[in-house]
Design a protein around this ligand. Structure first.
Ligand SMILES: NC(=O)C1=CN([C@@H]2O[C@H](COP(=O)(O)OP(=O)(O)OC[C@H]3O[C@@H](n4cnc5c(N)ncnc54)[C@H](OP(=O)(O)O)[C@@H]3O)[C@@H](O)[C@H]2O)C=CC1
Ligand SMILES: O=C(O)CCC(=O)C(=O)O
Ligand SMILES: [Mg+2]
Length: 735
């Protein structure tokens, strides 16, 4: 008996969530004719909060179990990895909707407050992806998408050879310098201990590890970090260019907000010197961004508020200009830790010709500050490359696919529960259950100590995936690993051990440090040649935004497949985020420019997996996948992707075209005449009503939209805004 497969569609946040209101009814009603169910599961920030407090089932927990079963087939749309200010906003919104939620306890004291805080902590940062990503990542640009970009190249800003922009990174004292790494020799338990100057030992954490797992420890010196910021800020001032900071305070929710906070402590040094006492009184926490000060300022008497504002004005005059997130509204790089996220923000600067917006709304060169050297050097390489060789030409460049070591919370992205801030000067060491000290680090009070575990099976699976893809695509694979980095050396050993187990006939492979790998890859890329970057988790994240943005304009057009270790599949849509700016535009003027191409491409793959999961018996599922794939090619050929400006085709109109092309392909295929009969009238009605449907949608452009909430919209309102064509809805709903 064939099984009836279920594809999970995830309810997320912001633009992809809005797009879902329009797209999900289409895919659901199409594929039900192939016996496939599409089930919506809520992993949005609001949904996660509501689940923590018992208002709805915990869908994330459900999916966390499902990914370990072979029947898993999940469409994972990008969701918010919330910073603390975002979480606080979301809680306020839910409270205003009548949910009886406690305020976020900033400094929990009582047991009750600590319990509440623990629940909210489960909603902060990247808490969805690491749970669902129980497999390694395979991200690439599908050939029709590449063709589309060549036919309709996006604009990339020209780069002046005189550009003064550059990537600044620490020369010492960073995670890169201090990293130590070991491969575990037998299953054991390891613990992290802090040893103070008097020899007192505190156990910080204990976990089980298995033979072959790679364990690293490292730290960043806060003193060196602040000195570095001071130097960079001074240099920016001297050169008359902007200061910008690029970290990942969302995903790296424990370490990076502190790095971000230190940039504030240094840039606004005078503020702390002059008003330190008051700032402490009101509980300003720089790690949450300058917005935290703005929110708490009203706790001070009006004269003090004025004084503080005046000091800030002075600082802006004395310090270099800050990179602006929104110069019209005065939002700077340092306002919120979640606005400038490195994977997307550095490519944006490159895309803009190494320019960024300054406080006066004009564009300037900027220092692209990426403190830790582990990955900054590869950004430096590409930035210097465009200065010398000019901007990339999307009609000529090759493609860079990625195989990323991501499974089981690999590397830095799984380090949150092993990130510590030593309470005093001392030693942090890792000890196994036999009492062997695996490594130790001498740290100073407040330094950022970080430790990661990368599981043996995840590493081996990653190597296998790389070899498999190299053979399929006949492209060279480059392992981006640095023999001067302790962790990378352990991985290189494993690669050398593992590769001979495969038939490597025809496989061209290299191991190169990130900077050299970038150089090598760019040489090929500029010559139109294709390369597979085989990387760790962080570079997976960085490169799969960077290259797609150069190649096809946005990483949302990339295809991201995660073959789960347990046999199922996770299909991530794009590598770009949830595009908050798109929501602002939709609410203001009724135009949504989210391109669901990532969703379309991923759904083709989800259907192919569903066919396998059906026991390869239900051919209709394959027909659905094949016709959708053809529809996507037509969607691209005829350029029906959403456009940027109000009045032009938007997400909703683009979904009409997708539905129409898909219905036409289904009606025209001959393999399953019965299925063709079902879709013939649908295709006909969609074609006949083209003008009517598009004008019903267009009529709603240009006016504000009320969706009843940002983090937790009202379903009826959001649906009405996203499905404005009665004619289209009738056709889809009666399918
Ligand atoms: N897998 C996941 O769950 C991920 C989640 N995120 C989350 O998303 C949020 C924002 O992150 P970030 O990536 O920095 O910024 P954005 O989501 O704002 O993406 C940056 C820009 O990329 C373009 N873009 C992204 N997706 C699309 C799309 N589907 N169609 C058209 N253009 C698109 C837009 O450019 P333009 O404005 O020029 O149109 C957008 O402004 C954060 O909360 C982050 O945590 C981020 C990455 C992955
Ligand atoms: O989980 C997150 O915070 C974002 C992940 C991300 O940027 C990516 O995987 O590309
Ligand atoms: Mg990313």
């Amino acid at each position: 008996m064939a099984k009836r497969p279920t594809i999970i569609w995830t309810k997320v946040d912001e633009a992809p969530m809005l797009a879902t209101y329009s797209l999900l009814p289409i895919v659901r009603n199409f594929v039900k004719h192939a016996g496939v169910d599409v089930e919506l599961r809520d992993i949005s920030l609001a949904g996660r909060i509501l689940a923590q407090f018992g208002y709805q089932p915990d869908d994330l927990a459900y999916l966390g179990e499902l990914v370990w079963k072979p029947e898993a087939n999940i469409m994972k749309l990008p969701n918010i990895s919330a910073s603390v200010p975002q979480l606080i906003d979301a809680v306020k919104e839910l409270q205003s909707q009548g949910y009886d939620l406690p305020d976020f306890p900033e400094d929990p004291q009582t047991e009750e407050e600590k319990e509440i805080r623990a629940k909210y902590d489960k909603c902060i940062g990247s808490v969805v992806n690491p749970v669902l990503r129980q497999g390694n990542s395979d991200r690439r640009i599908a050939p029709p998408v590449k063709e589309y970009a060549k036919k309709h190249p996006h604009k990339l800003g020209e780069v002046s050879p005189k550009s003064e922009s550059y990537v600044a990174y620490m020369k010492s004292g960073d995670f890169y310098e201090h990293e130590k790494s070991v491969t575990i020799e037998k299953d054991t338990k390891i613990r992290w201990e802090f040893v103070d100057k008097n020899g007192n030992v505190t156990v910080l954490k204990e976990v089980e590890v298995g033979k072959g797992d790679v364990v690293d420890g490292t730290y960043m010196s806060r003193k060196k970090l602040r000195e570095f910021f001071d130097e960079v800020i001074r240099d920016a001032k001297e050169k008359g260019i902007l200061f910008s900071l690029h970290v990942k305070a969302t995903m790296m929710k424990v370490s990076d907000p502190v790095i971000f906070g230190d940039a504030i402590r240094v840039y606004y040094k005078k503020l702390f010197e002059k008003h330190g006492k008051e700032l402490e009184e009101i509980g300003f926490d720089p790690n949450k961004g300058l917005v935290d000060l703005e929110n708490k300022l009203s706790k001070l008497p009006p004269e003090k508020q004025e004084e503080i504002k005046k000091t800030i004005e002075e600082i802006y005059k004395e310090q270099p200009g800050l990179y602006m997130v929104d110069s019209d509204r005065g939002i700077t790089n340092l306002h919120r830790p979640n606005d400038v996220i490195i994977d997307n923000s550095v490519p944006s600067v490159i895309k803009n010709g190494l320019k960024a917006w300054g406080p006066d709304g004009n564009t300037y060169d900027c220092v692209i500050t990426v403190p830790d050297r582990s990955y900054a050097t590869m950004y430096s390489e590409i930035v210097e490359d465009v200065k010398v060789r000019g901007q990339f030409d999307p009609t000529k460049v090759g493609t860079v696919a990625n195989i990323g070591l991501m499974a089981m919370k690999a590397e830095e992205y799984g380090s949150h529960d092993k990130t510590f801030f030593p309470p005093d000067d001392g030693i942090i060491r890792i000890v196994d259950e036999d009492g062997n000290v695996l490594m130790e680090h001498e740290v100073e009070k407040g330094d950022i100590y970080r430790s990661c575990i990368t599981k043996d099976i995840a590493i081996r699976d990653w190597i296998k995936l790389a070899v498999t893809r190299a053979k399929e695509l006949k492209m060279p694979i480059v392992f981006w690993l640095d023999s001067l980095r302790a962790h990378d050396r352990e991985l290189i050993k494993k690669i050398r051990e593992e590769l001979p187990k495969y038939d490597l006939e025809g496989v061209e492979w290299y191991i190169k440090a990130p900077k050299d790998a970038m150089k090598f890859t760019l040489e090929r890329f500029r010559n139109g040649l294709d390369t597979i970057a085989v990387t760790g988790n962080v570079l997976r994240d960085y490169l799969t935004d960077l290259f797609p943005i150069i190649e096809v304009g946005t990483s949302a057009r990339a295809l991201s497949i995660v073959p789960l270790i347990a046999g199922g599949g996770l299909f991530e849509t794009g590598a770009g985020g949830s595009a908050p700016r798109h929501v602002q535009q939709f609410v203001k003027e009724g135009h949504l420019r989210w391109d669901s191409l990532g969703e379309f491409l991923a759904f083709v793959e989800a259907l192919k997996l569903a066919y396998k999961q059906s026991g390869e018996e239900n051919k209709r599922i394959l027909i659905m996948a094949d016709t959708l794939s053809k529809a996507v090619s037509r969607y691209l050929d005829t350029d029906k992707t959403p456009k940027r400006k109000v009045g032009q085709l938007d997400t909703r109109g683009s979904h009409y075209w997708l539905a129409r092309y898909w219905a036409e392909e289904l009606a025209n295929q001959t393999e399953d005449p019965e299925l063709a009969e079902i879709f013939k009238p649908v295709a006909q009605k969609l074609a006949e009503n083209e003008e009517k449907i598009l004008s019903e949608i267009a009529a709603t452009e240009g006016s504000p939209k009320d969706i009843g909430g940002y983090y937790h919209p009202d379903d009826a309102k959001a649906e009405a805004a996203m499905r404005p064509s009665k004619t289209f809805n009738e056709i889809i709903d009666n399918l």
